[in-house]
Write a protein that binds this ligand. Structure first.
Ligand code: SF4
Length: 262
């Protein structure tokens, strides 16, 4: 079964072409899923019954479920999200004057082993698929809709559990779905990817020219301390990270932000 929430537009077009469908079919499906928020193929009334049967047979619209929900006084919501195979990841809704931001996890566990972070204790169990990252955003959107205050997710930060650039292709597809005008239509400048500094993928991301924000987990002013705190620094020391950052800035004309724990 192919989960339609995991297909960015170009991939969906190809898949629909494989089904002998015309180009508009992909846009029509995005419109049902993201604009009209259909949760079943039966709701898609302008798609022929026979093709809906094909969709039901080979495709799905499965989302992860909410295992635990915690709400703090300021309205911040933390969800423990249960994936289909039983693994659980966290996502967080933060409310700002400028909109609603969701912090999304990109992996179950993490292999980077930063000394200040408990996500790395068990190591990476697996990468999240694009539909599982979309699922976190869509679950938060559903909660916001239930609140009935006319709010929806306007910003996404990939800063939860996992190293996004260690799951590059899936994260990139996720960003494309978020950003597509017929997808969630979240502006690239409202999407931030945080990396501990996987240098080759900073270059690769720069070459996508997506206009998304890049954040670097820095946490130390020199290699000696950074290598103690963050194992990744032994493979990619600061001068290599900064070289890649300068390339990113040159290619995208975007400013890079830094995270630093005190
Ligand atoms: S890369 Fe991020 S999630 Fe992974 S161990 Fe470091 S801080 Fe934690």
């Amino acid at each position: 079964m192919i989960n339609l929430y995991g297909l960015e537009m170009n991939k969906l077009i190809k898949v629909m072409e494989g089904e002998g469908q015309k180009l508009y079919r992909a846009t029509q499906l995005y419109s049902w899923i993201y604009e009209k928020k259909a949760t079943s193929f039966d709701e898609m009334s302008d798609i022929s019954k026979s093709f809906r049967e094909v969709l039901k047979e080979k495709y799905c619209l499965d989302l992860p479920s909410i295992h635990t929900k915690q709400v703090s006084k300021d309205g911040t919501i933390k969800l423990l999200v249960q994936l289909i195979d039983g693994y659980k990841v966290e996502c967080v809704l933060m409310r700002y004057s400028y909109g609603c931001a969701v912090c999304v996890s990109s992996q179950v566990g993490c292999n980077m082993g930063c000394s200040f972070c408990s996500s790395g204790i068990l190591g990476k169990q697996r990468n999240l698929l694009p539909e599982e990252m979309m699922g976190q955003v869509l679950l938060i959107n559903k909660l916001l809709k239930e609140e009935n205050k006319g709010q929806h997710v306007t910003h996404v930060v990939v800063m939860g559990t996992g190293e996004p650039f260690d799951n590059y292709d899936n994260v990139l597809d996720f960003i494309k779905i978020l950003n597509h005008p017929k997808g969630l239509a979240i502006g690239a400048r409202h999407i931030t990817i945080s990396t501990c500094g996987i240098v080759e993928n900073i270059y690769k991301f720069a070459d996508e020219h997506l206009q998304s924000n890049l954040a670097i987990s820095l946490h130390a002013p020199n290699d000696e301390l950074r290598s103690k705190l963050m194992k990744i620094n032994r493979a990619y020391p600061l001068d290599k990270v900064m070289e890649a950052v300068r390339y990113y800035e040159k290619e995208t004309k975007r400013r890079v932000t830094y995270e630093y724990l005190l």
